[in-house]
Design a protein around this ligand. Structure first.
Ligand SMILES: [Zn+2]
Length: 112
């Protein structure tokens, strides 16, 4: 799958906790050209940079921003290591799902 196909297949909206977030490919995420992605919890949008080079990077960024939402909604305090923790988990989960597609299918079936 190409990055363009990944963006085309990306859901327009996802539910995270009690809220619906809109997923958008954008040229500049969060107004900062250095960001790969950005979440705006007030506007309930997740922006992902459209120039990302691989579907795995797109998935990793989407998971990353979802984890920021969950982190904030779960009452975890803002901490200096939030970004480091989430970076570790986005990469780890992306690789886990990439290398074990049957595991992800099994999760989906069990949670229906
Ligand atoms: Zn982050």
């Amino acid at each position: 799958m190409t990055p363009k196909q990944a963006f085309k297949a990306m859901p327009k909206q996802i539910v995270v906790g009690a809220y619906i977030y809109t997923l958008k490919p954008v040229q500049i995420a969060g107004g900062d050209a250095g960001n790969l992605a950005h979440v705006d919890t007030e506007a309930q949008t997740i922006e992902i940079k459209s120039s990302l080079a691989s579907p795995a990077a797109i998935i990793g960024c989407a998971l990353h921003e979802v984890m920021h939402i969950i982190w904030g909604a779960s009452g975890l305090a803002k901490r200096a290591d939030e970004e480091s923790a989430i970076l570790a988990f986005d990469a780890g989960l992306t690789l886990l799902f990439q290398k074990n597609p049957a595991f992800l299918v099994w999760i989906q079936k069990c949670l229906k």
